[in-house]
Design a protein around this ligand. Structure first.
Ligand code: ADP
Ligand code: MG
Length: 257
């Protein structure tokens, strides 16, 4: 039997009173894809990711994850998904290793595998040697790494990562990217959000550009470039220039012309 799509959003809207955070989006992500939601702050990326986990209830529409209706089977979905929130709240009063042990136990990772898996990821993400330190002594990047490890521990089928590479230095970001690709080879689907085109381009098979709650363009980076009919470097330059500061609207309008 063919695997179901990893994610299917149909006509999904999320309103907060008057504000439309996500506006009637349709989105299908296939099993094994690495997919990025790319857009400026406030465009609805985090809200979309939270709806995939059942952490936010859609105002309208249907959300299917790994073949399951998220509203009907939120626990079954969460058991198969690894999630890294935008600002992970890791328990500051634990050491790194205590935290990872705790998370692995919650997921029911078999004790024989637990230590090995934790050690592999600590090593891969270069936290080895710091796992005995209190989390409140960690940098933001180290906390992000810890949160990534905790999302990987359960061998999830789907990773939902909200701005996963933000606090990481370039070398660590590179290691994280390599990990996503290794997991892809094992059939893991990864959905991440970012406001940095460079990240989306370097890591992802397909990109959805979000703006004001809408998915304005969807495709591989080459397809998006073709849509924009810009020279190959043009799109990247424009995006990078806008990163973190300006408004994405002109870029998006350019893309959709
Ligand atoms: N809990 C909430 N209550 C009210 N408004 C919210 C809430 N969460 C998000 N929003 C609003 O929804 C819009 C989209 O937010 P968000 O999904 O966090 O965007 P992004 O992740 O792309 O920066 C923003 O205008 C934000 O202020
Ligand atoms: Mg966000």
């Amino acid at each position: 039997m063919e695997a179901p799509n990893a994610v299917e959003l149909k006509a999904v809207t999320k309103r907060y009173d008057e504000l439309v955070a996500v506006n009637n989006i349709d989105l299908t992500i296939q099993t094994g894809e690495i997919f990025a939601l790319l857009g400026p702050n406030g465009s609805g990326k985090s809200t979309t990711l939270k709806m995939l986990l059942g952490l936010v209830q859609p105002t309208a529409g249907s959300v299917t994850v790994l073949g399951l209706d998220v509203q009907k089977e939120p626990v079954a979905v969460k058991q198969q998904v690894g999630y890294v929130p935008e600002s992970p709240s890791v328990y500051e009063f634990l050491t790194g290793i205590e935290y990872l042990d705790f998370i692995a136990d919650i997921y029911g990772v078999p004790p024989a595998e637990k230590q090995q898996r934790i050690n592999e990821y600590l090593k891969a993400l270069q936290l080895e040697g710091r796992e005995g330190d209190m989390i409140n002594s960690y940098s933001d990047g180290m906390k992000k790494k810890l949160s990534l490890i905790s999302a990987f521990l359960n061998k999830p089928k789907l990773l939902i990562l909200d701005e996963p590479l933000n606090a990481l230095d370039p070398r660590s970001a590179r290691i994280a990217k390599d990990l996503f690709h290794q997991l892809k080879l094992q059939g893991v689907t990864t959905i991440l959000s970012t406001h940095v085109l460079e990240i989306a381009e370097a890591v992802c098979d397909r990109i959805g550009i979000m703006y004001q709650g809408n998915i304005l363009a969807l495709g591989t980076i080459n397809e998006l470039r073709e849509k924009a009919s810009l020279p190959s470097s043009g799109l990247e330059d424009i995006f990078l220039k806008l990163t973190g500061t300006g408004d994405l609207k002109p870029v998006v309008e350019e893309l959709l012309r």
